[in-house]
Design a binder for this molecule. Structure first.
Ligand SMILES: Cc1ncc(COP(=O)(O)O)c(C=O)c1O
Length: 420
């Protein structure tokens, strides 16, 4: 694959062609560039995002709704971030987008509000595949007498058992919480059948798009969730959580609010002062992604083109990585084999007889940055029975990774497997 302009990305610039936008990629260890395969834990950030955050503090730092210029500029920064996320998620309007500290905090706020509608015996469905950020907030509803049902993994432990999942959704179901993609093993789950069933019974659908959004376009008007959450720091932005609420959905909730807070629109669930500088960075991140696609179309369309190309670019790199690792003696790979079902370019692996934390540390010594453990995807690691072995080693690709980095990673894993 040509690393400047990868296969099938058309005129979208990815891989080596965008690396100079990310200053942290210049970091070296022992005279070699670092390989960042820790994207599912947080991606690297373009210079334009860093500049937007600095610029906010240099020029416009104030609180909101004042009658002086820095304050009106701050209002504009927040409005701009809502517009950027409207385009990124292909939402109906900027009024559907709320911000918070991170996905988990926003989801707890959402669960807190929904808890006020829960009656003893109501049912809530969560999944074994999800990150705990979309599980724990809903488990909390048991305190209100809700019955929690678990959608199980299928016997191959790589995906949800959709038939059993759908069977759990019935007339008593109030909320179904599921992820679009597993941050541990990359499995993508199509929410369409769950959406259909939740509509039938009148339940609320909450989608976790945190791991999906950095890899494929998200179109909320096609997915039609009641709520969807993602995190900008996974798609080249700063640490900000984003909540999409379908038109009218938030207005029906009794959210936690201070009395002067505007109860109308996205502010209904935003408590206290937002991280204004980071919101300037969110807009810059969305613009950076749109900037990978050619000019001439709307930002929303350029985002679709860019994210479709990201998916193709990463899938090709990922296949190389998967095939290289699959050939390493003693390596066991977890996740759908590329080509056998929808997935993100994130895999979990173990090395025979080795603790995964020790393997990740060995990779780190070689300048290859990767996570180990359960990554808060508690159910997956438990079901795989890997708790005693330090969980999984996770390798996750981003559009700034290259073929050369894949080869280096496979060589390093081979060495570690040999005990070299
Ligand atoms: C799939 C998934 N959901 C939720 C979260 C939690 O996101 P945040 O750190 O913004 O709370 C993560 C973070 O790793 C994640 O990967």
């Amino acid at each position: 694959m040509d690393q400047n302009m990868s296969a099938n990305t058309g005129t979208v610039r990815l891989g080596a062609a965008i690396r100079n936008q990310f200053p942290s990629l210049a970091r070296e260890q022992d005279g070699r560039p670092v390989v960042y395969l820790d994207g599912p834990g947080g991606s690297q950030v373009p210079r334009s995002v860093i500049a937007a955050i600095s610029r906010y503090y240099e020029t416009s730092n104030a609180n909101t709704h004042g009658s002086f210029s820095t304050s009106t500029e701050t209002d504009a920064v927040i409005a701009g971030a809502r517009e950027a996320m409207r385009d990124f998620l292909h939402a109906e309007s900027e009024a559907t987008l709320s911000f918070g500290a991170n996905m988990t905090t926003l989801n707890f706020a959402l669960a807190h509000a929904l808890a006020r509608q829960i009656r003893p015996g109501d049912e809530v469905v969560v999944t074994e595949l999800d990150h705990d950020g979309n599980v724990a907030p809903w488990l909390m509803l048991a305190e209100r007498g809700a019955v929690v049902r678990w959608a199980p993994l299928s016997p191959n432990q790589l995906e949800l058992d959709m038939d059993r999942f759908l069977d759990l959704i019935g007339p008593k179901t109030r909320i179904v919480a599921m992820g679009l993609a597993s941050n541990a093993i990359g499995t993508i789950t199509d929410p369409a059948p769950v959406r259909a069933k939740t509509r039938e019974v009148g339940a609320i659908l909450v989608l976790d798009a945190v791991h999906y959004a950095p890899h494929r376009p998200v179109a909320v008007q096609r997915l039609k969730p009641d709520f969807l959450l993602c995190s900008a720091y996974k798609f080249f932005g700063p640490h900000v959580g984003i909540l999409y609420g379908a038109p009218g959905a938030l207005a029906r909730l009794a959210t936690d609010r201070v009395r002067p807070q505007d109860p109308v629109g996205p502010t209904r669930i935003e408590t206290g002062t937002l991280n204004h500088a980071a919101l300037a960075g969110v807009t810059a991140a969305v613009d950076a992604i749109a900037g990978w696609a050619p000019d001439g179309a709307s930002r929303a369309d350029r985002l679709t083109a860019a994210m479709e190309a990201v998916d193709r670019y990463e899938a090709a790199l990922f296949r190389t990585l998967w095939e290289g690792l699959a050939a390493v003696n003693g390596a066991v790979l977890y996740g759908r084999v590329p080509g056998t079902g929808p997935r993100t370019p994130t895999l979990g692996f173990t090395l025979h007889g080795q603790d995964s934390e020790a393997v990740a540390a060995e990779l780190g010594r070689r300048g290859i940055f990767a996570w180990s453990g359960d990554f808060y995807a508690v159910g997956v690691v438990d079901r795989l029975g890997l708790r005693g072995q330090g969980g999984l080693v996770r390798l996750g690709l981003a559009p700034y990774n290259t073929e050369e980095e894949m080869a280096r990673t496979v060589d390093a894993v081979r060495e570690i497997a040999r005990g070299a």
